[in-house]
Design a protein around this ligand. Sequence first.
Ligand code: PLP
Length: 447
Amino acid sequence: ELNGDDMTNRTYELDRAHVFHSWSPQGSLTPMVIESAEGSYVTDDQGQRFLDFSSQLVFTNIGHQHPRVVKAIQDQAAKLCTIAPQHANAARSEAAHLIAGLAPDGLEHVFFTNGGADAVEHAVRMARLHTGRRKVLSRYRSYHGGTQTAVNLTGDPRRWPNDYGADGVVHFFGPFLYRSEFHATTQAEECERALAHLERTIQMEGPSTIAAIILETIPGTAGIMPPPPGYLEGVRELCDRYGIVWIADEVMAGFGRTGTWFALDLYDAKPDLITFAKGVTSGYVPLGGVIVSDAIYATFADRVYPGGLTYSGHPLACAAAVATIETMKDEQIVEQAATLGTEVFGPGLAELQERHACVGEVRGVGAFWALELVADRETREPLAPYGGSSPAMNEVVAACKKNGLLPFVNYNRIHVVPALNIGIDEARSGLAVLDEALSVGDAHVAR
Ligand code: PLP
């Protein structure tokens, strides 16, 4: 019989012997072995507890192991683990009803997938069939997933080794005042110029060739950049003017992350398709999907929709979604995220920016924040290069981990994206660890 330590070694050794990891050089990996997790904490094989400021890959919106959701999954497993998607099942019907109820009026049907990337694949397919056009416009500084169409749409260096010809994808620049491509100095200027650039892109590509524009409502992995007021409203107008479908990718920003059910709720613009995943089940069981406007739904009233997945609307996943959404409502978890933003992270991170020379900018809303770390505040030179890492960033992250904090890190950025129901004191204690770690970053700042 194996004792605890031997089990741990076995987990690690079998991982290194047989597991092929995502987005990583396989030879140099040293994954942490996680034994358990609860609420906002994960515990490793040495018994060390970490405050999870990452929500893993920004998906445990209600924290780890919420008993109500665990129970709902157990109950569903006992009743009906699985059934093929052509049948109706109670869990899927209820999940679709709840999700459509959260979306804007006029988006009433849900196509279920296994995650975010396949939601993007299907949204693009629907847009192409609906319009009879092929091209899709997507912004640089975005992430839409790891499958082929989704990675081609992605405006991030992870696309580069995966791009075998554009597959009808055209990239444009979205608004991002801190690193403005438009030499703008105010949000209003950035908004106006970004919209003018998008319209010129549409005109130069040929409006009659463009099926869709896909945008993360608030780009997440690429840096949590809330669009300036008026930008999404302007995108809606352009889509209407040129007969283009607007796909809002809410895979990361949706399900309460921004202090509203969808990030879209912060703006006054309605998309034609919404993609979601992650927070819909808090990641307890994989689930994603597309919420479809009535007009696009009508395209497939008398015409076969040529696409599907064996596990579309899987009962275990849908039961997890129902329990997650009901728990979020009953425990007012979305409201908690809003409060975290206004009372803890907004003021707390602004203070860190004042105190630390390596913090160039802080952006975000709700429980969705990014710190842009720089080696030089004036030139805004990032503390790690675009698409890469640096010893300085590694040191900052190591200082967080040493003191029991797991942040979400991307290139030169630290994202503060905890569970939406993290306690206020826990959130503050995480900021205190970050404060200390940023001093390590300050040592690398030129001025
Ligand atoms: N879209 C966005 C905005 C995402 O953030 C992600 C994942 O991070 C995806 C799509 C892909 O989702 P998945 O990894 O579930 O396929």
